[in-house]
Design a protein around this ligand. Structure first.
Ligand code: PLP
Length: 405
């Protein structure tokens, strides 16, 4: 008799990634011969810098193809700690060192390790929302309860201390911060972040600060939590090479955590994936230590993102264009389509489906991020595609709202 699959209690809450659902449908339409402009993606359209590729090839040729320590090779952890040390605002005794660093298979695994080690059944974790789609799922996999805290859209959805206090209960154990934010593209104000860090410390909450987009900002530089606090005993900084160095496929992320937390995350990883891929660790080492080459490639990429952002933003200033969050970091526009007729309580999904099926543009419904009235458009794509996609979006929105052209 065939064995029936009944999901275990571990995954009963798990939902497939909504961002992947969009790209699957876009691929299906492409396979039917439709031309689709894909603005759903969350990865730089740039190639990994040449100096990184060369370092990885050299590492393979030199035989760096075996297991490493679970937590990652020492020179990489030293480089991560050294870079973090230049940001650290507290006293010398708490300066991050290699022993506080755990390297994982992408920052997604880092987040999983941190949540799994810090939270459990009965715990609540505050998630400023809209938020990256995996936070909710990862917290739930740890059997804790994700608690969405929705900020003011007029303020880039940043949450205030008052918002957090209103959502907190005696079971609150932590908060996940993400600036610049996926999906909003907002870079959070350093003062707002400082107030949240102070609140979390006074309440004894863990802070998971996801800084994967920190190097991609267009106005004021995005602050690291390490710059905004002098006590990191409750702080786990999460970062990686995926976005800033166009290295999504290499799968290298890391945590800078209090020593005991780093040890627990390392122990967990030792029984799941062991070390991150060895050649990838050497690639990341080059990215983090050849500062001149790295700054040049980050500069080139950020300048290209900025040019696309500026050009696309002018289209959104047109009469009848939808409201949106000011995009000061990462590479996303977060656009409010909640007013469209017949959008119901999930206007973003209705609008995104219309854009894909009728206008050939793939964007992600805000429901994937906890904001059903919105859509996310990525400008990590060729400038001509970004502009054509945005033009179609604005004109589709105007048509739906019956704004005369
Ligand atoms: N954090 C955020 C906010 C992201 O947008 C992403 C990727 O989309 C990640 C983490 C995961 O990055 P990585 O490729 O390092 O796992």
């Amino acid at each position: 008799m065939p064995v029936e699959f009944v999901p275990s209690p571990n995954i009963v809450q798990l939902r497939p990634s909504a961002t992947i659902a969009v790209s699957t449908r876009a691929k299906a339409l492409k396979a039917q011969g439709r031309e689709i402009i894909d603005l759903g993606v969350g990865e730089p359209d740039f190639d990994t810098p040449e100096f990184v590729k060369v370092a990885a090839a050299k590492a393979v040729a030199a035989g760096h193809t075996k297991y490493t320590a679970t937590e990652g090779i020492l020179p990489l952890r030293e480089a991560i700690a050294k870079n973090a040390g230049t940001l650290w605002a507290g006293d010398a005794a708490q300066t991050p060192v290699a022993a506080d660093v755990v390297v994982s298979n992408g920052s997604k695994q880092t987040l999983f390790n941190a949540c799994f080690c810090l939270f459990g059944a009965g715990d609540e974790v505050l998630i400023p929302t809209p938020a990256w789609t995996s936070y909710v799922e990862i917290v739930a996999l740890a059997r804790a309860t994700p608690v969405a805290v929705v900020g003011d859209p007029a303020n880039g959805f940043q949450v205030t201390v008052a918002d957090l206090l209103a959502a907190a209960t005696p079971r609150t154990r932590g908060i996940i911060l993400n600036s610049p934010s996926n999906p909003t593209g907002a870079t959070w104000n350093a003062h707002v972040l400082t107030q949240i860090l102070d609140l979390a410390r006074s309440k004894g909450w863990w802070v998971l600060s996801d800084e994967i987009y920190r190097r991609i900002s267009y106005e004021v530089p995005a602050a690291s939590s390490l710059e905004l606090t002098t006590d990191r005993s409750n702080l786990i900084v999460i970062d990686g090479v995926a976005k800033s160095y166009a290295m999504t496929g290499w799968r290298i992320g890391w945590a800078i955590a209090p020593r005991a937390v780093a040890k627990a995350m390392n122990d967990l990883q030792s029984h799941t994936t062991s070390n991150a891929a060895t050649p990838s660790q050497y690639a990341a080492l080059a990215a983090l230590t050849d500062h001149a080459a790295a700054e040049e490639s980050i500069g080139t990429m950020v300048a290209a993102f900025r040019a696309r952002r500026d050009a696309a933003m002018t289209l959104l200033t047109e009469e009848g264009a939808p409201p949106y969050v000011h995009p000061s970091g990462a590479f996303y526009f977060f656009i409010d389509v909640s007013a469209i007729p017949n959008g119901g309580d999930d206007a973003g999904t209705v609008f995104a489906a219309h854009m894909l099926e009728d206008h050939g543009v793939a964007i992600v419904p805000g429901a994937a991020f906890g904001s059903p009235g919105w859509v996310r458009l990525s400008y990590a794509a060729a400038e001509a595609d970004v502009l054509e996609g945005m033009r179609r979006l604005v004109s589709a929105y105007r048509a739906m709202m019956s704004v005369p052209a």
